[in-house]
Design a protein around this ligand. Structure first.
Ligand SMILES: Nc1ncnc2c1ncn2[C@@H]1O[C@H](COP(=O)(O)OP(=O)(O)O)[C@@H](O)[C@H]1O
Ligand SMILES: [Mg+2]
Length: 223
């Protein structure tokens, strides 16, 4: 299997009011294509920082990071944005949907950078919403949807570009446990069916135990 993402000795130090905060202190990990990995660790251990790096939203302070076969240190911001759009889907705890925009148009948004016409974008978005069980909610705006439905829209938006990797940072953190379970079941089914690799940050031991493997972060290093 080829690696979708490869990090070698990656560090990230934030500078805050002249104080250096070492959030990651040398992390090496490989995410093979089709992987399903749970990233666990206490609050402040660097999980979100690592997710931002793996998704090309941020760059390492030092170390080597290769996403989709490309070394991010060699990419200018526009190339990195393109790589991100082509390779990575993100799902966050707080959904981050556009509030005044329908479900189908939220999901269609990442396709704007693909040179597809509006009709094709909508057709693909509608098909993706169908796959996450929301084919009957295309015209609903986020405030007309439940939390679980909003997270399904966010998952559809993350996957509509057919990325190699889905990065989900505590995707069930704002959901009640039954709704959270159904969102996780959806992620597992999408991983199994479409082969998208999933990296999932979670506090829930049971959820982590269901992943193919677990990575534990503590104080910015893998333990
Ligand atoms: N933008 C930032 N500026 C300064 N420090 C930050 C920033 N983001 C995170 N940190 C610090 O880096 C450490 C790791 O944070 P984070 O990656 O958010 O951890 P986690 O997601 O595991 O809770 C924490 O000590 C946090 O306070
Ligand atoms: Mg976090």
């Amino acid at each position: 299997m080829t690696a979708a993402i490869e990090a070698t000795g990656v560090t990230r130090t934030y500078e805050l009011d002249g104080v250096r905060v070492p959030a990651l202190r040398g992390v090496s990990l490989t995410v093979p294509e089709g992987d399903y990995v749970a990233l666990v660790g206490p609050s402040g251990s660097g999980k979100s920082t690592l997710m931002h790096l793996l998704g090309g939203l941020d760059r390492p302070t030092s170390g080597r990071l290769v996403i989709g076969g490309r070394d991010v240190s060699r990419l200018d911001p526009a190339d990195l944005a393109r790589l991100r759009n082509e390779t990575i889907g993100f799902v966050f705890q707080a959904f981050h949907l556009l509030p005044r925009t329908s479900a189908v148009d939220n999901v269609a948004l990442p396709l704007v950078y693909r040179g597809l016409g509006a009709r094709q974008r909508r057709a693909r978005a509608a098909a993706m919403l169908e796959r996450v069980g929301l084919g009957h909610r295309l015209g609903h705006r986020p405030n007309q949807l439940s939390g679980g439905e909003q997270q399904r829209v966010a998952i559809a938006r993350a996957l509509v570009t057919d990325p190699a990797v889905l990065l989900a940072d505590e995707p069930t953190g704002n959901l009640d446990s039954a709704t959270g379970q159904s969102v996780l079941a959806l992620l597992e089914a999408l991983n199994a069916d479409s082969g998208v690799a999933v990296v999932l940050v979670t506090h829930d031991r049971e959820v982590a135990a269901r992943a193919r493997r677990q990575i534990v972060l503590r104080d910015g290093v893998i333990v």
